[in-house]
Design a protein around this ligand. Structure first.
Ligand code: XUL
Ligand code: CO
Length: 448
């Protein structure tokens, strides 16, 4: 019996189950580094990395961009039929893909799974029906839902935002949609529910009451949380920071901004961050920075794994490829205690001109291998202890004596200043050794 799912039709007939073949393999349809059962530290690779597939990029997007039409004509859309039949073909193709690739999780927006109807009731009916079908396939394959979300940005009604819309009616329609998306997430055993800002932001402050919009957004999140908890949702809510695009300024700008927002609206116990690499770059940070910041604030949750381009400043959503980036990201993730409910969701799309059916597999295989290398390097950083040991030593003056007293709140400012006067002549100034640490990281990456 095949160890992957095939529905009424096989959508990737030329592709069999993707296997680990090791670094010497030249098979583009095999893992070179991602060996799901391999133990790294105390956990298997697959349990460290918890790969998820983003339904929207891989099964809904068709290569359309502002300058040209679709280039990806998927067999599951060309067989179409009614919108609900098309949604079923897509679901079949998706589960065939998940199982052939060996990804244990997926993520979706409500509208990815089921088409929007003429009325809210019809949209909900469509979603409930498709949720039932997805549930059966989850059961048959063991693939799980990492998180669900609602698309509150594509429909023209959301052009001025959803929960931050200046028109109350639009906000209420968004609530109607989110309620159904939360129900679907619960029904599918989703481990999380994500809010990404979509169009929650502004195009100009000349027409915007920023305080009122943020208050509405905060209240909306709190109400949605209370509803979900009442329905028995035990998972985690995520906010996914992004500074801009599609709006000029998004309210969920970056981790630090979202952290304050969560605190201001009493959301910090239930909400965590879903950090996307490409969004970090748009905010002028790197992935490592956003992960470390979330971890320092006790708000690390999940990851949208992708990357941008060095040169251009937009959300290119490319597949992870930089082993430096994944090594540092996995180092931050390991230090944050690893994933619990979260995982690595490939919020990435193949390029518009990647038109072979195999390209979708090759892209994900590359992303998974890149993170597997990152995990191995991060594990080595932790195990060897040179880098964390250096950091620890750098702060040693706070471990004893007056330094420790200061940390514990045992010194007032006058006392602190007095010590400063006394220590003036005997300061322990030491090198930051950045270049040395970079060289150490290189030696791990090159496996020497
Ligand atoms: C958009 C983005 C979204 C969220 C889910 O930039 O990242 O796809 O991940 O709504
Ligand atoms: Co994302």
């Amino acid at each position: 019996m095949a160890d992957f799912y095939v529905g009424k039709k096989e959508y990737f007939p030329k592709i069999k189950k993707i296997k680990y073949e090791g670094p010497k393999s030249d098979n583009p349809l095999a893992f070179k580094y991602y060996d799901p059962e391999k133990l790294v530290g105390k956990k298997k690779m697959k349990d460290h990395l918890r790969f998820a597939i983003a339904y929207w990029h891989s099964f809904c997007a068709d290569g359309t961009d502002p300058f040209g039409q679709a280039t990806h004509v998927h067999p599951w859309t060309s067989d179409a039929g009614t919108p609900m039949e098309a949604a079923e073909h897509k679901l079949d193709a998706a589960f065939e893909f998940f199982t052939k690739l060996g990804a244990n999780f997926y993520c979706f927006h409500d509208r990815d799974l089921a088409p929007e109807g003429q009325t809210p009731a019809e949209s909900e009916k469509n979603l409930v029906e498709m949720t039932g079908k997805a549930k059966k396939l989850q059961k048959a394959t063991g693939v799980k839902l990492l998180w669900g979300t609602a698309n509150l940005f594509s429909n023209p009604r959301y052009m001025n935002g959803a929960a931050s819309n200046p028109e109350f009616g639009v906000l209420a329609v968004a609530a109607n949609q989110v309620k159904a998306a939360i129900d679907a997430t619960i029904e599918l055993g989703g481990q999380g529910y994500t809010f990404w800002g979509g169009r929650e932001g502004y195009m100009t402050l000349l027409n915007t009451d920023l305080k009122r919009e943020k208050d509405h957004l905060g209240r909306f999140f709190a109400l949605a949380r209370d509803y979900a908890r009442k329905q028995g949702f035990k998972g985690v809510f995520y906010v996914e920071p992004k500074p801009m695009e599609p709006t000029k300024h998004q309210y969920d700008y970056d981790v630090e901004t979202v952290a304050l927002f969560l605190k201001n609206y009493g959301l910090e116990k239930d909400f965590r961050m879903n950090i996307e690499s490409n969004h970090a770059e748009l905010a002028g940070h790197d992935f490592f920075h956003e992960l470390e910041t979330a971890s320092a604030l006790g708000l690390f949750g999940s990851v949208d794994a992708n990357r941008g381009d060095f040169i251009n400043g937009w959300d290119t959503d490319q597949f992870p490829w930089s082993v430096y980036e994944t090594a540092l990201a996995m180092y931050a993730i390991l230090r944050a205690g690893g994933f619990t409910t979260g995982g690595l969701n490939f919020d990435a799309k193949i390029r518009r001109n990647s038109v072979d059916p195999a390209d979708l597999f090759i892209a994900h295989i590359g992303g998974m291998d890149t993170f597997a290398i990152g995990l191995e390097v991060a594990n080595r950083i932790v195990k060897d202890g040179v880098i964390p040991g250096f950091v620890k030593k750098r702060y040693a003056s706070f471990n004893t004596g007056d330094g420790a007293k200061f940390e514990k709140g045992g010194l007032n400012f006058t006392e602190l200043a007095k010590i400063g006067g006394e220590k003036y002549g005997s300061l322990g100034i030491s090198s930051g050794k950045q270049e040395y640490l970079e060289n150490v990281l290189n030696s791990y990456l090159l496996g020497l």
